[in-house]
Design a binder for this molecule. Structure first.
Ligand SMILES: Nc1nc2c(ncn2[C@@H]2O[C@H](COP(=O)(O)OP(=O)(O)OP(=O)(O)O)[C@@H](O)[C@H]2O)c(=O)[nH]1
Ligand SMILES: [Mg+2]
Length: 446
């Protein structure tokens, strides 16, 4: 049987978070699949703790009720936290008291979910009815009597205790959790851009931090460069030619410029993707050659053999500014297994060579939009999302990297306009990369 899909859209869920707070909604019961009957509802929903019942009249009109109590078949319960709600496509959510509060029975055997006088699936009918006393006038009720339902769903409401990562906005300033999460995305994005733009590298003889992107073919390296370029330019661009048939074949380095021609202290280097075997993809020795600064710009990668000291353009004695100061592994989160055993082995071998050179290493986990479609562009919830957390932990296990060095991001690949929440994730990762680069420079001095 295929997975049962929720009729609530990601937007509906975001709108509902206004009245529910940050929660995970786990679908327990869907009438069109399990049956429009009181028994089917009770089989799936009794004893499940806090739940959200959602009735759909049509796509424009969604009604429901929340209770913090277990559903059951044999008793009425009081629930001070229960409420009814109405949601529309424009995103407005109205909350109503459950009336009458004294007989807040949570459902009897012959009915579906019941909230005071409002009863879903009364006697198993595809309706919401008012089974209350006649004294309850319709004006007290959020929706009219005897609504015909096209669907009814019940979700278990799982409270998310704390995000798995707290976002830190700018170096050196402590921002309380409250302020951080309530800053408007526009302001947060701007603060991050300013922090990166004005970042002063510890080693002031090095004008820009050089950051190398490596990782499996098609992971999103070139797209990440385009995303960073788009953020600084203020429009979506495709400088690094992402998603081509052949993939990246040439070594390219990118500086970024804002509209006012100022430039952040950062160069991103794009490489050919890693393949599982030894026959194709970037040669592992070339990764080390790039890291040590020997590979010139526009070098055409040769899958069969690495650059040689007598290759045209080979940089014999690179200055520290020409070497790589941080290595970033770009990995696609949208795979059932994030790295195959062969790729894991190859990347771990590269990683230990880079570690011997004492160069900081970071992981960008791309395509989280596809790995977790419900997140969509509502990326603010990413640090509460358990699925993404699991992916991050999988990377941590496989590459033995600290979680603090792993950053989930979504690149620009579909959108033609900037999305602030996407930018915030990318910029947070960049700012952290600059801090890691400073660790490297400090270590060189000790
Ligand atoms: N959904 C989604 N697709 C993405 C994302 N990032 C990249 N892509 C898509 O993934 C494909 C590969 O992206 P590239 O940026 O070319 O990947 P690459 O790592 O540079 O690939 P190689 O140069 O071949 O190693 C393209 O079709 C992109 O549009 C993302 O965050 N989300
Ligand atoms: Mg590429």
């Amino acid at each position: 049987m295929s997975a049962i899909t929720s009729r609530l859209t990601a937007k509906n869920q975001k709108d509902l978070s206004e009245i529910l707070g940050k929660v995970n909604l786990h679908l327990l019961y869907k009438a069109s699949v399990h049956g429009f009957s009181a028994k089917a509802f009770h089989d799936k929903c009794d004893g499940q703790g806090p739940t959200l019942t959602v009735g759909y009249k049509d796509s424009q009109c969604i009604f429901g009720g929340y209770t913090s109590e277990d559903f059951g078949t044999d008793e009425s319960k009081m629930d001070d936290k229960a409420f009814l709600f109405q949601l529309n496509d424009a995103g407005s959510v109205k909350k109503f008291d459950v009336e009458p509060r004294t007989v807040d029975h949570l459902s009897l055997l012959q009915h579906g979910p019941s909230f005071g006088s409002r009863v879903f699936l009364p006697y198993g009918k595809k309706k919401i009815s008012n089974l209350g006393q006649s004294s309850w006038s319709k004006k007290n009720l959020p929706f009219e009597d005897n609504v015909d339902l096209v669907e009814c769903e019940v979700y278990r409401v799982e409270e998310l205790k704390a995000p798995w990562r707290k976002i830190n906005l700018n170096a050196g300033s402590l921002i309380s959790r409250h302020d951080e999460y309530h800053l408007h995305p526009f302001r947060r994005r701007l603060k991050l851009i300013q922090s990166i733009q004005s970042y002063k590298l510890y080693r002031n003889t090095v004008p820009k931090a050089r950051v190398l992107l490596i990782g499996p073919i098609g992971g999103g390296k070139s797209s990440f460069i385009n995303s960073v370029n788009s953020i600084f330019r203020g429009v979506v661009t495709n400088r690094a030619l992402a998603g081509g048939i052949t993939g990246t074949e040439m070594y390219s380095t990118y500086s970024f410029r804002q509209k006012d021609k100022t430039s952040p202290p950062l160069i991103l280097s794009d490489t050919m993707g890693l393949a599982e075997g030894t026959e194709s993809g970037i040669h592992v020795d070339d990764i080390i050659n790039i890291v040590e600064g020997h590979v010139p710009k526009k070098y055409q990668f040769n899958e069969a053999s690495p650059i040689q000291a007598d290759t045209k353009g080979y940089i014999k004695s690179p200055a520290i500014a020409e070497r790589i100061h941080c290595v970033v592994y770009v990995i696609d989160a949208n795979k059932p297994t994030i790295l195959s055993p062969a790729m894991e082995k190859k990347m771990c071998a590269i990683q230990s060579q880079i570690a011997e050179l004492e160069i900081p290493q970071v992981v960008l986990l791309t395509k989280v939009d596809e790995a977790c479609p419900l997140i969509g562009k509502d990326l603010e919830n990413i640090y509460w999302n358990e699925h993404i957390e699991q992916k991050v932990l999988e990377v941590q296990r496989k590459l033995r990297m600290p979680v603090s060095c792993i950053f989930p991001v979504t690149n620009y690949w579909l959108d033609i306009n900037l999305v602030f929440t996407m930018d915030i994730l990318i910029l947070s990762a960049l700012l952290q990369i600059l801090r890691f680069v400073d660790d490297y420079f400090e270590n060189l001095d000790d």
